[in-house]
Ligand binder design. Structure first.
Ligand code: C2E
Ligand code: MG
Ligand code: MG
Ligand code: MG
Length: 289
């Protein structure tokens, strides 16, 4: 009886595994077509100035609407792209779409900065700075309008090569941000050695701010330390994943420069960003205090 039960469990397990594998193979195989068509596109999430509530820039986030699978999250397809060497094509596609959108916004009289996320492997690609430079000239975009986001883990994977490549990107006039700060190596010691302009505090710290647990004090202390250090190094600080007015008011008190999160705006279409900018209203929550 036991053996039979185990047999069923084992075959269910295999069925599960087979489904997971099947989906993976499908994504890996069809991502190429997705990238060549409108299936893969960008959404834009505003970065808000925490004093004025105005939109100062946006982050481009890749989206894939698969004809059968529906929306596939970037956590899934970016990871598969990284493992199947398609990440370079995806990165080029995202950069191209982002720059094209910047050009369109400029035509509409809107001057925004746009941040693009890059993966670790892209940071090892010696051709990347030239590719970015070619986009800037093709779309007639000023380098200050483009920003690159990289996680600590991506940078520290091969720190000397990463710094060399980031120096070349910075030499173009493009700013670099450390994404998800505090989750990787989280060492303050290398921050002053990186050619970066800002850091983005990971949302795990931000989400603890509104909570009445003993952890709240820790998150507050950590954020205060990060902001203090960053400002001493002339770096801007962005808080990720701001979801409540209470978190907003903590971050304002802690002197964070910018915030990003569902409280202000979810990732959305370019048209919606245009509309929000034309309205010129503050996206800050009013009842915070
Ligand atoms: P990330 O760069 O740290 O982006 C922030 C993620 O948090 C986004 O998820 C965003 O939708 C989500 N988010 C924003 N505000 C909130 C909030 O208030 N609460 C919560 N819970 N989440 C919030 P998304 O779009 O699913 O992207 C996930 C990750 O996938 C990104 O993390 C980034 O690492 C990666 N990614 C997205 N697009 C690209 C891309 O074009 N290239 C590469 N290499 N990676 C990308
Ligand atoms: Mg990011
Ligand atoms: Mg992030
Ligand atoms: Mg993140």
């Amino acid at each position: 009886y036991q053996a039979k039960q185990r047999g069923i469990a084992v075959s269910l397990f295999h069925l599960d595994q087979a489904k997971v594998l099947e989906r993976r193979v499908m994504i890996e195989k069809e991502l190429h077509e997705g990238m060549e068509t409108e299936q893969v596109y960008l959404e834009y999430q505003p970065k808000i100035d925490l004093l004025s509530g105005q939109i100062e820039g946006v982050e481009a986030l890749a989206r894939w609407n698969h004809p059968e699978l529906g929306m596939v999250s970037p956590a899934e397809f970016v990871t598969i792209a990284e493992q199947s060497a398609q990440i370079h094509r995806l990165g080029r596609r995202v950069l191209d779409l982002a720059c094209r959108q910047l050009m369109q916004w400029r035509g509409e009289g809107i001057n925004l900065s746009m941040a693009v996320n890059l993966s670790a492997q892209e940071l090892q690609n010696e051709q990347l700075p030239d590719y970015i430079a070619s986009l800037l000239s093709r779309y007639q975009i000023g380098p200050r309008q483009l920003e690159i986001e990289l996680t600590e883990t991506a940078i520290m994977g091969n720190v000397d090569r990463s710094i060399a490549l980031l120096e070349r990107i910075r030499a173009l006039g493009i700013r670099v941000a450390v994404d998800d700060f505090g989750t990787g190596y989280s060492s303050f010691s290398y921050l002053n050695q990186l050619p970066i302009a800002s850091i983005k505090i990971d949302r795990t710290f931000v989400s603890q701010l509104g909570r009445t647990t003993s952890q709240r004090g820790d998150a507050e202390t950590i954020i205060r330390a990060i902001v203090g250090l960053a400002h001493n190094l002339d770096l801007q600080v962005v808080a990720e994943g701001v979801e409540t007015p209470l978190q907003q008011s903590y971050l304002q008190r802690l002197r964070c420069d910018q915030g990003q999160g569902y409280l202000f705006c979810r990732p959305t279409s370019a048209g919606e960003v245009t509309r929000l900018i034309r309205e010129q209203g503050s996206l800050l929550a009013q009842e915070a205090g």
